[in-house]
Design a protein. Sequence first.
Length: 457
Amino acid sequence: MKYFIFLSCIYIFSFNVKAQSKIDIKNDYYNDNLLINQQGGNIVLDSSYYYLGNNDEWKLVSRRKSVKRNEKGISLEEINHCWNIETEKWKLKDTISNKYFNTTTQLKSRLKRPWLNGQNIWGDTTFYIEYDKNKNELSSISKNWDYKNNKASRGFNSKYSYDDNNLIKSEIIKTLDTTTLKWENNNKLIYSYDDKNRKDTVKHEFWIRGDWELFQMDIYEYNNQSQLITKLIRQSALGVNIFKNKEKQIYTYDDKGNLKETLVKSWADNIWINKRKIIDRYDERNNRIRRTYTSYKDDKWINSLRVFYKYNNEDKQIEYLTELWDIDKGFWINSTKTTRDYNTSGNLILRIKQNWNDKINQWVNVNKNVFYLSEFDPSGILTPSLDKAYIYPNPTRGEINFSDDSVYDISIYDINGKLIKMSVNTRDININDQPPGFYFMEYFEKGKKSLLKIIKE
């Protein structure tokens, strides 16, 4: 059964062809965080908060907070908390640790580990990814652990190899034996290229009875502009080694080189039959503004899904709206909408997802991400955002007091931006054990994040 699961995944990924638009952000939480982490300059992600829609209000669910950075302001360690509604306190969830190559800002590895509240220990790795200096992904590991029954539920392990031109040569995927906790071969992809370093073929193999067995071949064809125009998928029954046509994907482009249409045909009764089609449209700046999905049935094309994209003047995506085709009524109806907001520096600070409620004919909140960013300049002088009377004494000999109960989630950084102390659910914090000098205190007050310079005598 696991072989068919992987086969289905291969079909899905092979059909996901990206258009050459300037910005094509996937609609998910992880990529929004990734987008922020990849932004240049001195802007760094301090924290992000995640909310669920609750009628007309937002329900706080979780947060991610940067707790350690290097001298360039890049996050080395992030900590995730879940909000406990009953106790109105944060509960530790997991951490994300990032490592970078010494001489660059290029990510070397990322490790995610869960916190087991009942046992007060760090659990097994849930996610790990590693890169080389050329930004090639070398390996990725994900594990799901059933902590209630104290056993592994599933796991995947992928390893990649590359040639001298940094072109991927192979990908080997292993699955976790949940009984022995050992990795077992599952499937493999082998890539070949033509004399112009264009992908020529991809061979798919399964691990069967102690050996690799070829079951699928993807064959690619290009036009004079090196644009992919055809992808042919041929398959063989396991153990037979006789390949037959399975599917053909045909790509056409507009005069600016943007992907205009993706046509998928399936092989049946020795002829190619229309299966599905994607049509893309762009604005004058080559941003994709509409994508329409249709399927072929009863000798005609039937609408399925339509996506609209909106951008600001900097070509950053500000809205992603989907519509579904109502076959009975014969028109499009709203489905989902994702909006994004940016600050004046062009950095993402807000993402809101909504679903259309056809009973009340309006958008209903689903979830929201709020991203807090700051300028990382440890040598600069920061202007206090609260009156000095609220936080005293300053200068201090170590004790820090607050005259306002609305202050919470306090973090203390040294002059180099290194986190030295953090107080999540209490205002009990001091720098008695730190040497004299300048420090920075980050805190929340009535839901707003602020930064204050502290001097220790």
